[in-house]
Write a protein that binds this ligand. Structure first.
Ligand code: 5AD
Length: 391
């Protein structure tokens, strides 16, 4: 439980069978009809993001949940998150492990420990892992990742998973050659967040050597190489408007991505981007993040959407709420606890002291508590990717 945990009245469970549901307001009823009539347009997306009315929020949540169940089923797909190094050559203004933060102790796991952690995930039936780290582009780093991918693919084979666990990479901007090398080694999904689809907001979040255009080019190159591609944004950034967020969701659509990982912006004490009172309060940011999940689900329908850890940093039940608003992926923390604290991108990161075993037990209960079940021993690929490759 974090000190920022919030009580959210509008998240009350729906009425039980036999218990009469409270009648919806006329405006909420009208919104329900709009959402039932087809894919939301720009005006509807904006309305989804703008409302704070409890009846309308429940209409949005329920429509997103129905869309998810219809296009992706009721399973939650797990990716064990291995944060294998916090060494980083970039200096993103919002991030706790940015290059200039001298207060962070730096670490890098050895190949063996990375592979053992992935094996543990395979044995637990997680089906997939994510390799995440600070950004580096040197040859030693590229090789470590290639070796790790190869070893994980062979060492995690089981009768249930004859091709080993699925591997998602979250390693930032790289050359097309590096992306190809990692794909050929066996990684098949790549997550590269835009952080914001607005070029001006992107520029305000990053030093001049990083560019919006370069990131878009990376996403296109990943897609061309055959990866399942994911992107995402931070929600509730200083200076971000509702229209920026609408543009983000439409940008996901334009890019044709298969996966989305997005969450609330959470200030970090040693980062340069301002914290309170420059940002919306925690409750509002959480609500906005949940509405973004629902809006994305309603627009894109068959993509995988993660209920990210940042949601849980704002509320004890943040990730479950993410699932209820249309998310279908969870990334349980499996980074060895002794280094976990050193991978602090934002303040209030949850699960710092739990071991992977505790995280696994806690998670299954949380997923079942919202009426969903874990998809075990399966890569849990994006239905959008499978559909676009069948077409
Ligand atoms: N608040 C929320 N998310 C953050 N990230 C980095 N710093 C923060 C922060 N302060 C997210 C970025 C990045 C991902 C790995 O973590 O979106 O892409």
């Amino acid at each position: 439980m974090t000190t920022q945990a919030v009580k959210i009245e509008w998240m009350k469970a729906p009425a039980r069978p036999g218990q009469a549901a409270r009648p919806k307001s006329a405006v909420a009823q009208e919104l329900a009809e709009i959402l039932a009539s087809g894919i939301p347009d720009r005006a509807t997306l904006r309305r989804i993001l703008a409302t704070t009315d409890a009846d309308e929020l429940e209409v949005i949540r329920s429509a997103a949940e129905q869309t998810l169940l219809q296009h992706c089923g009721d399973t939650v797909r797990l990716r064990g998150l291995i944060e294998f190094s916090n060494r980083c050559v970039l200096d993103c203004y919002y991030c706790g492990i940015r290059r200039s933060n001298k207060a962070v102790e730096r670490y890098a796991l050895e190949l063996d420990e990375i592979v053992e952690t992935a094996q543990w995930c395979g044995q637990k039936g997680y089906g997939s892992i994510v390799l995440q780290s600070g950004e580096r582009r040197d040859a030693k780093f590229t090789k470590l990742v290639t070796d790790a991918i190869r070893a994980i693919k062979t060492e995690t084979r089981t009768p249930e998973l004859p091709d080993g666990v699925g591997i998602t990479l979250c390693l930032g901007e790289q050359s097309a050659e590096t992306y190809r090398e990692w794909y050929d080694a066996g990684a098949h999904r790549y997550l590269l967040r835009m952080e914001s689809s607005s070029p001006s907001l992107f520029a305000a979040l990053h030093p001049p050597e990083q560019s919006h255009a370069a990131r878009v080019a990376c996403l296109r190159s990943l897609k061309e190489l055959g990866y399942q591609v994911g992107t995402g944004v931070m929600i509730g950034l200083p200076g971000q408007t509702l229209d920026d967020l609408v543009d983000d969701v439409l940008f996901f659509q334009e890019l044709g991505v298969d996966m989305i990982g997005m969450g609330p912006y959470i200030p970090h004490e040693q980062a340069v981007l301002p914290g309170n009172p420059a940002v919306l309060d925690a409750d509002t940011r959480l609500q906005l993040a949940l509405k973004m999940i629902a809006a994305t689900r309603l627009l894109l329908r068959d993509v995988n959407i993660a209920a990210t850890t940042a949601l849980q940093a704002l509320s004890e039940t943040g990730r479950e709420q993410g699932l209820r608003f249309g998310a279908n992926v969870i990334m349980p923390q499996v980074t060895p606890p002794r280094v976990r604290r050193m991978y602090t991108l934002y303040d209030g990161k949850p699960c710092l002291d739990d071991n992977a075993e505790q995280c696994a037990t806690c998670l299954e209960g949380r997923i079942n508590s919202v009426g969903r079940r874990i998809l075990k021993n399966n890569w849990g690929d994006s239905a959008h990717f499978l559909n676009r490759n069948m077409a």
